[in-house]
Design a protein around this ligand. Structure first.
Ligand SMILES: Cc1cc2nc3c(=O)[nH]c(=O)nc-3n(C[C@H](O)[C@H](O)[C@H](O)COP(=O)(O)OP(=O)(O)OC[C@H]3O[C@@H](n4cnc5c(N)ncnc54)[C@H](O)[C@@H]3O)c2cc1C
Length: 494
């Protein structure tokens, strides 16, 4: 039994799937060119089904975006779509850091029946009436800063705040049985075949094929690179290929880490970071801290920026372990609460903050980009992962739609691009403006004029930036999906 969509090569792969064997209840297959055995989630029941999948989707990257895409397709298409999830690492894992998910994105998580599980690990479940206020301090005052203002939004409800690993663990548990995960698979490029399917090439010299490819492979996306290198001069200006495929350095270094909240309360029981979400501002630098893991740990993200270096190449490793001395050195001119907070950091890391330049498109034929691969942005609105989740929801529902077939996949991907490209790029711009607003504030101390007045004006600007992106976008990602569905249906009826 070979599905209709199989060409000769795919037919060989299909028979290979049928030769898989069961070991300790799990199903494994040895792939060509691959010495290791790979577990296939319930391949046996898929391959024995009398209704073969309508098409295959390869997702490159098992980050938050790729995982939510697999979950969405599985939930709405069942076994109608077979998913291959390729991940360069040997496990599904993530940075040891905190994550904030906005209220906008929680609507999508509710549609995917994930909210209940996530609210159990969140430090601030959406139903809570406290703890979501943001406090900003002027902190570049070595003998003691002051609270500049506290803001609790009247229009925007809080979302979720948690450790990344807690979120990823929940997503991992929800991976559908129609999904086969392939670890240690670094995609290097893809090629369109004459049959219309796509050949995938990996760093271990193995190859595979798929019908639809989604690049959820983060800021260094190999899918984005191939897409822009192969798209043709009639669609994009060839001189812009590198601009679209290469990320750009923001001139900012980010120190990240977490530690047990108890450590800070012992060292400095009255430290303001123990009160909740804090932003400590200084000239060209700011530190954000908030509780995670139900308040038992504190997450710290400390930024050091040099506007002169924006767009310059970054020399060295983009992510590296650093000494505590390096972090403390950077904040020598900050108030004691910040120094105590940073002193508690365990295994701090330094990230050279890069972004993806504004892209003219997210899709070409049967290939789509999503999440950081499409729009890696500065983290100042804590929106990047949320936007990856929203992309995944809209894209997954369009692919899973009963009227989507292999023939109209390009139209489904265009409908995805139609709603997600403008919104994600709006959020990316707002995130960028937030950075400069915060640095404007930081520059106040050295400017001429009335500092107090300027600070009042800046308050309004910041509030607007924080709130407007969440309420923008015609009712959220669920509404975007409805709009994209309409576009798909109208396209199909012509
Ligand atoms: C300091 C900082 C703080 C942040 N805080 C927040 C926050 O609070 N809230 C928020 O919403 N966002 C936040 N973000 C942004 C957020 O982390 C990202 O937007 C989000 O993780 C993107 O998810 P993704 O799945 O698209 O990409 P990624 O998380 O980068 O996942 C990509 C996956 O693809 C794999 N991969 C890469 N290349 C290949 C390849 N060639 N072949 C196979 N697999 C590959 C990777 O191993 C990885 O598993 C923050 C970012 C930073 C830098």
């Amino acid at each position: 039994m070979t599905p209709q969509w199989c060409d000769q090569r795919q037919s060989q792969e299909w028979s290979l799937l049928l030769r898989c064997r069961s070991i300790n209840g799990a199903t494994y297959v040895t792939q060509p060119h691959c010495a290791t055995q790979i577990q296939l989630s319930e391949v046996s029941s898929m391959s024995l089904s009398s209704d073969p999948p309508k098409f295959r989707v390869a997702i490159c990257g098992a980050g938050i975006g790729g995982l939510v895409l697999a979950i969405t397709i599985g939930k709405f298409a069942g076994r109608d779509i077979h998913i291959d999830l390729y991940e360069v690492r040997d496990a599904i894992t993530t940075a040891g850091a905190g994550i904030i998910v906005s209220q906008r994105t929680t609507e999508v998580l509710a549609e995917l029946s994930l909210c209940e599980k996530i609210s159990r690990v969140s430090a601030m479940p959406p139903s809570s009436n406290h703890g979501h206020g943001r406090r900003l301090r002027k902190s570049n005052v070595p003998n003691g800063g002051f609270e500049w203002f506290q803001y609790i939004s009247k229009t925007v409800k809080p979302g979720f705040v948690m450790h990344r690993q807690e979120l990823v663990d929940i997503l991992k548990q929800s991976i559908p049985s129609s999904c086969t995960i392939h670890f240690n698979k670094k995609l290097t490029k893809y090629e369109k075949q004459s049959s219309g399917s796509l050949a995938l090439y990996f760093a271990d010299d193995s190859t595979s094929t798929t019908d639809v490819l989604v690049g959820a492979d983060g800021i260094h996306s190999a899918v984005r690179k191939t897409l822009f290198e192969t798209i043709g001069p009639d669609v994009i200006d060839p001189s812009k290929i590198r601009h679209y495929s290469d990320p750009s350095w923001t001139g900012t270094l980010v120190y990240r880490g977490t530690f047990p909240a108890e450590k800070l309360s012992k060292l400095d029981p009255h430290n303001v970071a123990l009160k909740g979400f804090m932003t400590f501002c200084g000239k060209g630098k700011h530190v954000v801290s908030y509780p995670i893991s139900q308040g038992t740990r504190i997450n710290v993200v400390a930024y050091v920026s040099d506007e002169q270096k924006i767009g310059m190449p970054f020399e060295g490793d983009w992510v590296s372990a650093v000494s505590l001395e390096e972090v403390l050195e950077a904040y020598q001119d900050f108030e004691p609460d910040v120094k105590h907070l940073l002193n508690c950091l365990e295994n701090p890391s330094r990230w050279a903050l890069h972004v993806v330049n504004k892209l003219p498109l997210f899709t070409s034929d049967r290939v789509a980009l999503m999440g950081d691969a499409a729009h890696a942005m500065t983290p100042h609105l804590a929106a990047g992962a949320g936007q990856a989740i929203e992309d995944a929801f809209v894209l997954g529902r369009l692919l899973a739609h009963p009227i989507t077939t292999l023939d109209n996949v390009p139209a489904a991907l265009k409908a995805y691009q139609g709603v997600r490209l403008p919104f994600t790029q709006f959020v990316a711009r707002q995130a960028e403006r937030t950075t400069s607003t915060i640095y404007d504030f930081c520059a106040l101390g050295t400017d001429q004029g009335n500092e107090q007045e300027k600070m009042e004006i800046l308050k309004e600007k910041i509030v607007d930036l924080w709130d407007s992106w969440v309420t923008e976008g015609e009712g959220g990602a669920v509404a975007e999906w409805v709009k994209a569905e309409r576009q798909l249906q109208e396209g199909s009826s012509k």
